[in-house]
Design a protein around this ligand. Structure first.
Ligand code: NAD
Length: 495
């Protein structure tokens, strides 16, 4: 078995393997690729560079395992998920360190909470195993008609790097609970913590039920999506790749779940010019995850009367966030994931600084030769603008760049909030609960929070409107609709 990630250090290079059919293996090609610590731009590990041959092997194992896994009583499958949750708790610090080292997410503010949610996700779905119930249909006294919730088969799952452990868990736990088996492909930039999760799962699962591949989107992701023996595609990532996933599903008329991008609005009413709303907004913008979050509230619609004063409070609080080495306890904000994303974020900031109609309130580019110059560090940056129509207000930046726009008429604020092809999350801030709820109902987004900017919790149906996705995860309905198919059985009792 590959080494654990417990003793990963920024200067040490670990060699890790993938999980196929219960065995820890390299790529059949023998190729590897490296994983960086983005805080120091140092290589910390190498992992197999899986391709179509490895995908074929993994799907074959998953298909074989499906025959017996689907017959394991659901409650026994649930018990296994709960044991996995306990082991995640037991190895939580090791998992959190690995997340911090490879993603650049700060250990205290992000990595540890992510591990805790991951254990909760396994515990939650483990407890739902008995809810895989069908219904009876009252046709007449001489007919018994009922439905069964049956698993789909082999689920192909592809995840991104921004909250990799939790995003892996919200696919693995419901899919396995419902009796499916899985081949998952990790993201290129953050495979190590998910491999560690697979190691924990494998202690409790029969071989082949969960297979974990490492590799690139084109070499391993594409063959996985197009594999003829896969029965469901479950994808979390960008809208652009999500469209390719949907095309692959269309070829074979497969069920597909898509958790995609966002450009989420935050509407602040005049009565919410207070510290609690500013703190909530900092949370909603996910500044302490470098705003590399699909639900980041990155468009801030502020009532005109509080525009300056709210931004002033926000700027002062944001300035207190400590940017630094993700592994250090005092750090609030870590690093951007990689050079490509860093260059993209810096490009947006440069673009914003050049706009005549926009004003940079705080932030900007960090000096290249400063103390943070080694890593991909970006500071929270806020622009004030009169329009919602420019590039920074429309495109998903996936970095700590917030655009604030004033409003006077709530209908105009709602119109601007809805003027996006995304519809993932939204936030509303007001003491007037009637205004808050009415606005929540008008916003075109899958998840609207009033007076809080929290992350997802197991139990509530989470997913996007419009081009932010299709289907729901995190919930009982998500498991039933996303990972089972309903069969009707009708029996005549007349003879
Ligand atoms: P991405 O779409 O580039 O990559 C996601 C995954 O898809 C990776 O594993 C990658 O290797 C794989 N991939 C890339 N090209 C592929 C292809 N042609 N075929 C098959 N697989 C391919 O996204 P990213 O940059 O890793 O993540 C950021 C994006 O994810 C953002 O848009 C963000 O909003 C979104 N996201 C959405 C949610 C959600 O719940 N809605 C959660 C997290 C991230």
């Amino acid at each position: 078995m590959a080494n654990t990630a417990a003793n990963l250090k920024s200067e040490a290079v670990e060699s890790r393997r993938m999980l196929i059919g219960g065995e820890w293996v390299g790529a059949k090609s023998g190729k590897v690729f490296t994983v960086e610590n983005p805080a120091f731009r140092t290589v910390i590990a190498e992992v197999p560079r899986g391709d179509a041959n490895d995908v074929n092997l993994a799907v074959d194992h998953a298909l074989k395992a499906f025959e017996s896994w689907k017959r394991v009583p659901p409650r026994d499958r649930g018990r296994i998920l709960q044991k996995i949750a306990e082991d995640i708790d037991a190895r939580s610090e090791e998992l959190a360190r690995t997340i911090a080292l490879e993603t650049g997410n700060a250990i205290r503010t992000q990595a540890r909470p992510e591990v805790k949610t991951t254990a909760d996700v396994f515990r939650y779905f483990g407890g739902l195993a008995s809810e895989l119930k069908g219904e009876t249909v009252p046709l007449n006294d001489n007919v018994l008609s009922y439905t069964r919730r049956e698993p789909l088969g082999v689920v192909a799952a592809i995840i991104p790097w921004n909250a990799p452990l939790m995003l892996a868990a919200v696919k693995i736990a419901p899919a396995l609970c419902a009796g499916n088996t899985m081949v998952m492909k990790t993201a290129e930039d953050a495979p190590l913590n998910v491999l560690l999760l697979a190691e924990i799962c494998q202690k409790h699962l029969p071989p082949g039920v969960l297979n974990m591949l490492t590799g690139t989107g084109s070499e391993a992701g594409q063959p996985l999506l197009h594999h003829p023996k896969v029965s469901k595609l479950s994808f979390t990532g960008s809208t652009a790749v999500g469209k390719l996933v949907m095309q692959a599903a269309a070829e074979r008329v497969l069920p597909v779940s898509l958790e995609l991008g966002g450009k989420s609005p935050s509407i602040v009413f005049a009565d919410a010019d207070e510290d609690w709303a500013v703190d909530g907004m900092i949370n909603a913008m996910r500044f302490t995850r470098q705003s590399q979050s699909c639900t980041a509230g990155s468009r801030l619609f502020l009532h005109q009367s509080i525009f300056d004063s709210f931004l002033d409070k926000l700027t002062k609080k944001v300035a207190k966030l400590k940017i630094g080495d993700p592994i250090k306890e005092e750090t609030d904000v870590g690093t951007i994931i990689n050079e490509k994303q860093f260059t993209k974020v810096c490009g947006y900031i440069e673009d914003g600084m050049k706009q005549k109609d926009a004003k940079m309130i705080t932030g900007g580019l960090l000096p290249k030769d400063g103390p943070l110059g080694k890593g991909y560090f970006a500071q929270p940056t806020i622009f004030a603008a009169n329009s919602n129509d420019w590039r920074l207000a429309r495109e998903e930046i996936f970095g700590p760049v917030l655009v604030a726009v004033p409003w006077t008429d709530i209908n105009e604020a709602i119109r601007m909030a809805n003027d996006s092809h995304y519809g993932l999350a939204a936030y509303v801030w007001t003491h007037n609960i009637r205004d808050g709820i009415r606005t929540a109902h008008e916003i075109e987004a899958g998840w609207v929070q009033v007076n809080q900017g929290a992350g997802q919790s197991p139990g509530h149906s989470y997913g996007g409107y419009k081009q932010s996705g299709l289907g729901r995860e995190f919930s009982l309905e998500g498991m039933l609709d996303g990972f089972t198919q309903r069969k009707s059985v009708t029996v005549s009792l007349a003879q």
